[in-house]
Design a protein around this ligand. Sequence first.
Ligand SMILES: NC(=O)c1ccc[n+]([C@@H]2O[C@H](COP(=O)([O-])OP(=O)(O)OC[C@H]3O[C@@H](n4cnc5c(N)ncnc54)[C@H](OP(=O)(O)O)[C@@H]3O)[C@@H](O)[C@H]2O)c1
Length: 258
Amino acid sequence: MKVQDHYKKFDLTNKVAIITGASEGIGRDMAVGLAEAGADIILCSRREEKLLEVKEIIENTGRKAEVYAFDIQNVSEIEGLKAFLKARTDNVDILINNAGYAVTKPAWDVSENDWDSMVDTGFKGLFFCCQAVGSIMRDNGYGKIINLSSTFSKSVVPGRSVYAGIKAGIDHLTEALAMEWAPHGIRVNALAPTAVNTPSRKVTLQGPILEKVLARIPLGRLATPEDLIGAIIYLSSEASDFVTGQTLFVDGGWVAAS
Ligand SMILES: NC(=O)c1ccc[n+]([C@@H]2O[C@H](COP(=O)([O-])OP(=O)(O)OC[C@H]3O[C@@H](n4cnc5c(N)ncnc54)[C@H](OP(=O)(O)O)[C@@H]3O)[C@@H](O)[C@H]2O)c1
């Protein structure tokens, strides 16, 4: 095979990608990155007005984008996403399960509402998105699902017990779905970043907390959303067709050093 044929395997032209949590942070940047790699994008989260801003950015890259506003905690709204997709496209190639919600507080103080918000967004919602979009992929015999995990799936800090449990669960769920759905051509992987410098994290990652985090990252800096784009293109593309059930850590060495 020629070198340019290897490069072509990373090309996402005419692929259709769905990204949850696309209104801001990592999801927003990944949506634009996948569009720049050639994909048409379905943008999902609750705030339609923010998704419409991202849609405009993507359309300026020459790709198509559509918006589906939903609350991922509500399974009937996820079923609505499936109907929305079926009405628009025959092929759904890529699902990025990125929407998440984190509460940072001592385990003693976690309320039932904190638990439900984190689990229903980051774990239950993620599973039912896999199920809804995965069933379309099954009919096509091909698909790529990428679940957003975290370094906290393999390491812990005080105040993130439930979040860490969800992310560890995501890595294991990823393996289980990869095994179950491999016969249908669906590859399921997870992407696990360390702390990423997004607007929501800028509020918490300051002063002594920032210093502690940086001390745990051998490469000596926070991740940027751009650090994740190469990995997400790889996992979304034919270049990773023989990879399934894996969690790819993009963490500056955090887990290796833990
Ligand atoms: N940032 C980090 O340091 C870091 C590190 C490791 C892993 N991660 C993981 O990466 C993912 C994105 O993180 P981020 O920092 O970019 O998060 P973020 O800035 O807080 O954005 C979260 C996204 O999820 C959407 N969302 C939240 N609740 C939702 C709901 N009920 N229904 C639908 N959408 C909902 C939000 O959109 P709406 O408000 O419009 O609904 C938003 O687009 C998460 O899974 C997170 O755990 C982040």
